[in-house]
Design a protein around this ligand. Structure first.
Ligand code: PMT
Length: 400
């Protein structure tokens, strides 16, 4: 029996060219056993007529907030209470912005305020609109409030450009809705993770750091949570919003990250090291700001503990996943790290190029484990994290 059997899904359709795919999504959800009602925004109706969705769903499509006939059939509050899930596909940049500011000027945005169930967004927009910091900030605000973000995908766009912003394919969205209602493969599994960069103080105002933004680690933490895991995230300084339902511990230095991980490692089943931890720290931290009164300065550094290696070397180590940031011979160096540190999986990425790796919204990974490998091509970090989380879950389940 499908996880969608008898589930009630309110499909919100907003005004983007990906609307035509929503009709296919509607069919896929129904075929999987869900009962679907459709709400369209005025802009969506400029792309596809309500009649299409009415014919496919066998039910009237809801379009108006202040229409007495529609309110008589099922008023907007009852509609908000009827659903087990609100899925907005496509979710345009405009709709995301309006939801983030709590506007209720049409039926769909009003339903989002009125519903108590989970709301999942399937963003669809031009790549530049997706990458615009304002869109990202709006999305972060919604995710802090518990919204789910499914996608977007990466690839050719209707506007002729290529990049992130395509709506996920209907079958993929249908699978995500299905796994949303199925007990997660990682239900009851405790995951400890590191993410972001560390900062090693030189004096009160300067530090040794690196370019890690935390995007890869935060996306993976959310994907592990979405598979049902109980996630604790030890994070270096980032500008990212704290993800909902994830215990987040903020640290600054490698030593602080090390102590925090060691304090929690006994209580975890899976450990994932995504953080870019400084390998060295200054031997001495100057108490006062260092003056620029010399032509040359020498900074003496000392090795930091290797958190990942130490976790893997504990008496009964958790299922251990490491990352490898490599600039050349990616597979060779990563596999050498996997063997030396005795890791269950290593996720290798090429860094120092124009695309992917540090700071970028996109990345590609090569996953290596004892008797297998998987290549995940360049895609948005959120979709990539979902694919990686599924691989980790499968290998973890196969081992226990
Ligand atoms: O944060 P983003 O901007 O999204 O960028 C993502 C990323 C590029 C940082 C991420 O994908 C990544 O590659 N993370 C690992 C970075 C790194 O430090 O790689 P490494 O090859 O130097 O280290 C190997 C592994 O050992 C890593 O899992 C690292 O977390 C771990 N390590 C390293 C040193 C140390 N002292 N302690 C550790 O735990």
């Amino acid at each position: 029996m499908s996880g969608l059997s008898n589930k009630k899904i309110l499909l919100g359709v907003t005004g983007g060219i990906a609307c035509y795919k929503s009709a296919v999504l509607l069919r896929a959800l129904q075929t999987a056993g869900a009962e679907v009602r459709v709400v369209m925004t005025p802009a969506a109706r400029a792309f596809v007529t309500p009649l299409t969705f009415q014919a496919l769903s066998g039910h009237a499509v809801y379009t108006e907030l202040l229409d007495p006939a529609q309110e008589a059939a099922m008023d907007h509050i009852s509609l908000a209470r009827w659903a087990d899930l609100v899925l907005i596909a496509p979710a345009t940049a405009d709709f995301i912005a309006r939801a983030a500011t709590g506007q209720a000027d049409d039926l769909l945005s009003t339903l989002c305020l009125a519903t108590e169930v989970q709301i999942a967004l399937a963003p669809a927009m031009n790549r530049q609109m997706w990458l615009n910091p304002v869109t990202q900030e709006n999305l972060q605000r919604l995710m802090i409030r518990g919204y789910l973000c499914w996608g977007p995908d990466d690839g050719a766009q209707a506007c002729g450009e290529t990049g992130p912003g395509r709506m996920l394919e209907p079958e993929v969205l249908c699978q995500m809705a299905e796994s949303h209602f199925s007990p997660g493969i990682l239900e009851g599994v405790r995951v400890l993770m590191t993410a972001g960069a560390t900062r090693e103080a030189i004096d009160p105002v300067r530090f040794v750091g690196n370019r890690s933004s935390g995007k890869m680690g935060y996306a993976l933490a959310q994907s592990m949570r979405d598979l049902g895991a109980e996630v604790t995230l030890v994070s270096g300084p980032t500008s990212l919003a704290i993800p909902s339902n994830i215990t987040t511990i903020h640290v600054e230095t490698a030593l602080e990250m090390y102590s925090s991980v060691m304090e929690h490692v006994e209580d975890c089943d899976i450990f994932i090291a995504v953080a870019a931890v400084a390998d060295y720290r200054p031997i001495q931290i100057a108490t006062d700001k260092i003056k620029k009164n010399k032509e040359k300065q020498t900074l003496e550094l000392v090795r930091n503990p290797d958190i990942l290696a130490e976790v893997a070397a504990t008496e009964s180590p958790p299922f251990t996943v490491g990352f490898a940031a490599e600039t050349e011979k990616v597979e060779q160096h990563a596999d050498e790290k996997r063997r030396r540190k005795q890791l269950d999986i290593i996720a290798a990425n090429k860094v120092g190029t124009d695309e992917g790796g540090f700071e970028s919204d996109r990345n590609a990974l090569l996953l290596l484990w004892q008797d297998g490998r998987e290549e995940l091509p360049m895609m948005t970090k959120s979709v990539l994290a979902h694919r990686l989380a599924e691989r980790i879950a499968a290998q973890y389940r196969a081992r226990i």
